[in-house]
Design a protein around this ligand. Sequence first.
Ligand SMILES: [Zn+2]
Length: 285
Amino acid sequence: MCTRFSFLVFVALICAAVPVFGQGITTHKVAGNIYMLEGRGGNIGVSVGEDGVLVIDTQFDNMAGPIRDAIKELSSGEIRIIVNTHFHGDHTGGNKALGQEAPIIAHVNTRKRLLATGDESDQAFRNSLPWVTFDDDLSLHFNGEEIKIVHFPTGHTDTDCVLFFTESNVVHMGDHFFNGRFPFVDLASGGDVASYINNVQTIIDQLPSDVKIIPGHGALATLDDLKAFKEMIDETVAIIRKGIEAGKDEKQVQEAGLPDKYSDAGTGFINANRWISIVYQSYTR
Ligand SMILES: [Zn+2]
Protein backbone atom coordinates (compact mmCIF):
# COMPACT_ATOMS: atom_id res chain seq x y z
CA MET A 1 0.00 0.00 0.00
CA CYS A 2 2.74 2.35 1.09
CA THR A 3 4.85 1.45 -1.95
CA ARG A 4 1.93 1.94 -4.26
CA PHE A 5 1.25 5.38 -2.74
CA SER A 6 4.91 6.35 -3.23
CA PHE A 7 4.72 5.17 -6.82
CA LEU A 8 1.65 7.33 -7.48
CA VAL A 9 3.38 10.34 -5.92
CA PHE A 10 6.40 9.60 -8.11
CA VAL A 11 4.23 9.43 -11.26
CA ALA A 12 2.47 12.66 -10.27
CA LEU A 13 5.82 14.42 -9.84
CA ILE A 14 7.08 13.17 -13.20
CA CYS A 15 3.87 14.31 -14.93
CA ALA A 16 4.09 17.72 -13.25
CA ALA A 17 7.67 18.02 -14.49
CA VAL A 18 6.89 17.28 -18.14
CA PRO A 19 6.09 20.87 -19.23
CA VAL A 20 9.38 22.04 -17.70
CA PHE A 21 11.60 19.57 -19.52
CA GLY A 22 9.44 19.28 -22.64
CA GLN A 23 8.83 22.10 -25.07
CA GLY A 24 7.88 24.47 -22.21
CA ILE A 25 7.99 27.58 -24.39
CA THR A 26 5.32 29.11 -26.60
CA THR A 27 6.57 31.53 -29.24
CA HIS A 28 4.47 34.54 -30.30
CA LYS A 29 5.35 36.81 -33.22
CA VAL A 30 5.12 40.41 -32.03
CA ALA A 31 6.07 42.60 -35.02
CA GLY A 32 8.79 42.57 -37.68
CA ASN A 33 11.70 40.55 -36.32
CA ILE A 34 10.60 40.69 -32.66
CA TYR A 35 9.15 37.68 -30.82
CA MET A 36 7.82 36.96 -27.35
CA LEU A 37 8.64 33.65 -25.66
CA GLU A 38 6.18 32.56 -23.01
CA GLY A 39 7.23 29.83 -20.59
CA ARG A 40 7.70 29.84 -16.84
CA GLY A 41 8.58 33.17 -15.26
CA GLY A 42 8.73 36.52 -16.99
CA ASN A 43 8.01 36.87 -20.71
CA ILE A 44 11.12 36.87 -22.90
CA GLY A 45 11.60 39.31 -25.79
CA VAL A 46 13.77 38.25 -28.74
CA SER A 47 15.10 40.23 -31.72
CA VAL A 48 16.46 38.08 -34.55
CA GLY A 49 18.22 39.37 -37.67
CA GLU A 50 21.44 40.00 -39.55
CA ASP A 51 23.34 40.95 -36.40
CA GLY A 52 22.26 37.82 -34.54
CA VAL A 53 19.98 37.37 -31.55
CA LEU A 54 19.15 39.72 -28.68
CA VAL A 55 17.40 38.15 -25.66
CA ILE A 56 15.50 40.10 -23.00
CA ASP A 57 15.24 38.19 -19.69
CA THR A 58 16.07 34.55 -19.07
CA GLN A 59 13.31 33.04 -16.84
CA PHE A 60 14.69 30.18 -14.69
CA ASP A 61 17.88 28.12 -14.80
CA ASN A 62 16.05 24.97 -15.96
CA MET A 63 14.45 26.93 -18.84
CA ALA A 64 17.77 27.77 -20.56
CA GLY A 65 17.57 24.63 -22.76
CA PRO A 66 13.97 25.20 -23.92
CA ILE A 67 14.77 28.91 -24.49
CA ARG A 68 17.76 27.98 -26.70
CA ASP A 69 15.60 25.48 -28.62
CA ALA A 70 12.83 28.04 -29.18
CA ILE A 71 15.36 30.61 -30.43
CA LYS A 72 16.90 28.06 -32.84
CA GLU A 73 13.45 27.72 -34.45
CA LEU A 74 13.56 31.46 -35.21
CA SER A 75 17.19 31.96 -36.25
CA SER A 76 20.44 30.15 -36.94
CA GLY A 77 22.28 33.19 -35.55
CA GLU A 78 24.08 33.29 -32.24
CA ILE A 79 22.86 34.97 -29.08
CA ARG A 80 24.93 38.19 -29.07
CA ILE A 81 23.38 40.28 -26.28
CA ILE A 82 21.25 39.53 -23.21
CA VAL A 83 19.36 42.23 -21.31
CA ASN A 84 17.76 41.82 -17.88
CA THR A 85 14.75 44.07 -17.23
CA HIS A 86 15.37 43.74 -13.45
CA PHE A 87 16.98 41.43 -10.90
CA HIS A 88 14.10 39.06 -9.91
CA GLY A 89 14.89 35.35 -10.23
CA ASP A 90 12.04 34.62 -12.67
CA HIS A 91 13.73 37.04 -15.13
CA THR A 92 17.41 36.29 -14.44
CA GLY A 93 17.49 32.59 -13.46
CA GLY A 94 18.72 31.51 -16.91
CA ASN A 95 21.64 33.99 -16.79
CA LYS A 96 24.06 31.33 -15.53
CA ALA A 97 23.62 29.11 -18.59
CA LEU A 98 22.95 31.77 -21.26
CA GLY A 99 25.47 34.26 -19.82
CA GLN A 100 28.29 31.97 -20.97
CA GLU A 101 27.28 32.74 -24.56
CA ALA A 102 26.82 36.51 -24.54
CA PRO A 103 27.35 39.54 -22.31
CA ILE A 104 24.45 40.59 -20.07
CA ILE A 105 23.37 44.24 -19.86
CA ALA A 106 21.30 45.61 -16.97
CA HIS A 107 20.74 48.57 -14.67
CA VAL A 108 23.54 49.08 -12.15
CA ASN A 109 21.22 48.10 -9.26
CA THR A 110 20.39 44.77 -10.95
CA ARG A 111 24.08 43.89 -10.78
CA LYS A 112 24.29 45.11 -7.16
CA ARG A 113 21.31 43.04 -6.05
CA LEU A 114 22.40 39.91 -7.96
CA LEU A 115 25.95 40.28 -6.60
CA ALA A 116 24.53 39.96 -3.07
CA THR A 117 23.09 36.51 -3.90
CA GLY A 118 26.33 34.61 -4.59
CA ASP A 119 30.10 34.28 -4.35
CA GLU A 120 32.01 36.56 -6.73
CA SER A 121 35.09 34.29 -6.70
CA ASP A 122 33.02 31.64 -8.55
CA GLN A 123 33.41 31.98 -12.33
CA ALA A 124 29.99 30.45 -13.10
CA PHE A 125 28.36 32.99 -10.77
CA ARG A 126 30.28 35.86 -12.40
CA ASN A 127 29.01 34.69 -15.81
CA SER A 128 25.45 35.09 -14.53
CA LEU A 129 26.00 38.77 -13.60
CA PRO A 130 25.52 41.76 -15.92
CA TRP A 131 28.90 42.66 -17.44
CA VAL A 132 27.62 46.00 -18.72
CA THR A 133 25.64 48.34 -16.47
CA PHE A 134 24.10 51.79 -16.88
CA ASP A 135 22.46 54.40 -14.63
CA ASP A 136 19.66 56.12 -16.55
CA ASP A 137 19.56 54.81 -20.12
CA LEU A 138 21.48 53.11 -22.87
CA SER A 139 20.96 52.60 -26.60
CA LEU A 140 21.70 49.43 -28.56
CA HIS A 141 22.03 49.57 -32.33
CA PHE A 142 21.13 46.07 -33.39
CA ASN A 143 19.29 44.34 -36.24
CA GLY A 144 18.63 47.60 -38.04
CA GLU A 145 17.13 49.68 -35.25
CA GLU A 146 17.87 51.66 -32.12
CA ILE A 147 16.73 49.88 -28.98
CA LYS A 148 16.46 52.31 -26.07
CA ILE A 149 16.82 50.82 -22.60
CA VAL A 150 15.43 53.23 -20.01
CA HIS A 151 15.60 52.91 -16.22
CA PHE A 152 12.35 53.70 -14.34
CA PRO A 153 13.27 54.29 -10.70
CA THR A 154 11.62 52.90 -7.56
CA GLY A 155 8.64 51.28 -9.33
CA HIS A 156 8.46 47.49 -9.29
CA THR A 157 11.94 47.45 -7.67
CA ASP A 158 14.88 49.90 -7.88
CA THR A 159 16.44 47.87 -10.72
CA ASP A 160 13.84 48.06 -13.54
CA CYS A 161 14.21 49.13 -17.13
CA VAL A 162 11.87 49.25 -20.13
CA LEU A 163 13.02 48.57 -23.70
CA PHE A 164 11.76 50.59 -26.66
CA PHE A 165 12.27 49.09 -30.16
CA THR A 166 12.09 52.33 -32.11
CA GLU A 167 11.60 50.93 -35.64
CA SER A 168 9.52 47.83 -34.86
CA ASN A 169 7.18 49.86 -32.61
CA VAL A 170 7.47 47.30 -29.80
CA VAL A 171 8.02 47.80 -26.06
CA HIS A 172 9.15 45.29 -23.44
CA MET A 173 7.75 46.61 -20.16
CA GLY A 174 9.30 44.11 -17.74
CA ASP A 175 7.32 43.98 -14.51
CA HIS A 176 5.91 47.47 -14.96
CA PHE A 177 3.08 45.57 -16.66
CA PHE A 178 1.22 42.44 -15.45
CA ASN A 179 -1.38 42.16 -18.20
CA GLY A 180 -4.85 41.62 -16.68
CA ARG A 181 -3.51 41.10 -13.16
CA PHE A 182 -2.66 43.03 -10.03
CA PRO A 183 1.07 43.78 -10.12
CA PHE A 184 3.70 42.74 -7.61
CA VAL A 185 5.49 45.77 -6.19
CA ASP A 186 8.59 44.68 -4.27
CA LEU A 187 8.66 47.18 -1.39
CA ALA A 188 11.65 45.41 0.20
CA SER A 189 13.76 45.91 -2.96
CA GLY A 190 13.20 49.61 -3.61
CA GLY A 191 9.70 49.34 -5.08
CA ASP A 192 6.92 51.87 -4.37
CA VAL A 193 3.29 51.88 -5.50
CA ALA A 194 3.01 55.66 -6.12
CA SER A 195 6.21 55.62 -8.23
CA TYR A 196 5.02 52.50 -10.04
CA ILE A 197 1.82 54.34 -11.05
CA ASN A 198 3.82 57.41 -12.20
CA ASN A 199 6.16 55.22 -14.23
CA VAL A 200 3.30 53.41 -15.98
CA GLN A 201 1.64 56.75 -16.83
CA THR A 202 4.95 58.16 -18.15
CA ILE A 203 5.30 55.13 -20.42
CA ILE A 204 1.66 55.32 -21.63
CA ASP A 205 2.19 59.00 -22.53
CA GLN A 206 5.15 58.10 -24.78
CA LEU A 207 3.57 55.23 -26.72
CA PRO A 208 1.85 55.42 -30.13
CA SER A 209 -1.64 53.90 -30.29
CA ASP A 210 -0.58 50.96 -32.50
CA VAL A 211 2.36 49.85 -30.33
CA LYS A 212 2.76 46.15 -29.45
CA ILE A 213 3.58 45.58 -25.79
CA ILE A 214 5.40 42.63 -24.21
CA PRO A 215 4.34 42.60 -20.56
CA GLY A 216 6.51 41.08 -17.82
CA HIS A 217 3.67 38.65 -17.19
CA GLY A 218 0.47 37.81 -19.10
CA ALA A 219 -0.49 37.84 -22.76
CA LEU A 220 1.00 40.02 -25.51
CA ALA A 221 -0.76 43.37 -25.25
CA THR A 222 -1.93 46.59 -26.88
CA LEU A 223 -1.92 50.15 -25.56
CA ASP A 224 -5.59 49.69 -24.57
CA ASP A 225 -4.62 46.69 -22.43
CA LEU A 226 -1.94 48.80 -20.70
CA LYS A 227 -4.45 51.62 -20.12
CA ALA A 228 -6.94 49.12 -18.63
CA PHE A 229 -4.17 47.84 -16.32
CA LYS A 230 -3.43 51.42 -15.20
CA GLU A 231 -7.14 52.10 -14.65
CA MET A 232 -7.46 48.97 -12.50
CA ILE A 233 -4.50 50.07 -10.38
CA ASP A 234 -5.82 53.65 -10.05
CA GLU A 235 -9.29 52.49 -9.01
CA THR A 236 -8.18 49.85 -6.51
CA VAL A 237 -5.47 52.08 -5.01
CA ALA A 238 -8.07 54.85 -4.54
CA ILE A 239 -10.34 52.43 -2.65
CA ILE A 240 -7.48 51.21 -0.44
CA ARG A 241 -6.29 54.76 0.30
CA LYS A 242 -9.84 55.77 1.27
CA GLY A 243 -9.75 52.93 3.79
CA ILE A 244 -6.41 54.18 5.15
CA GLU A 245 -7.77 57.74 5.45
CA ALA A 246 -10.83 56.41 7.30
CA GLY A 247 -8.48 54.91 9.90
CA LYS A 248 -8.99 51.25 8.93
CA ASP A 249 -6.20 48.77 9.55
CA GLU A 250 -4.88 46.49 6.81
CA LYS A 251 -7.14 43.58 7.76
CA GLN A 252 -10.27 45.77 7.72
CA VAL A 253 -9.42 47.03 4.24
CA GLN A 254 -8.91 43.43 3.09
CA GLU A 255 -12.29 42.45 4.57
CA ALA A 256 -13.99 45.31 2.72
CA GLY A 257 -12.48 43.89 -0.50
CA LEU A 258 -12.29 45.23 -4.06
CA PRO A 259 -14.95 45.52 -6.80
CA ASP A 260 -16.18 42.20 -8.26
CA LYS A 261 -15.13 43.21 -11.77
CA TYR A 262 -11.51 42.73 -10.65
CA SER A 263 -11.98 39.22 -9.24
CA ASP A 264 -10.04 37.69 -12.16
CA ALA A 265 -7.11 40.07 -11.60
CA GLY A 266 -6.34 38.63 -8.20
CA THR A 267 -5.55 35.02 -9.03
CA GLY A 268 -2.23 33.29 -8.46
CA PHE A 269 0.78 34.83 -6.72
CA ILE A 270 -0.79 38.26 -6.16
CA ASN A 271 -4.34 37.72 -4.95
CA ALA A 272 -6.58 40.61 -3.91
CA ASN A 273 -5.50 40.43 -0.25
CA ARG A 274 -1.82 40.51 -1.17
CA TRP A 275 -2.38 43.49 -3.50
CA ILE A 276 -4.27 45.34 -0.75
CA SER A 277 -1.44 44.58 1.66
CA ILE A 278 1.23 45.90 -0.76
CA VAL A 279 -0.70 49.13 -1.40
CA TYR A 280 -1.56 49.60 2.29
CA GLN A 281 2.07 49.21 3.34
CA SER A 282 3.42 51.36 0.53
CA TYR A 283 1.20 54.31 1.53
CA THR A 284 1.58 53.97 5.31
CA ARG A 285 5.29 53.28 5.81
ZN1 LIG B 1 9.70 41.04 -11.01
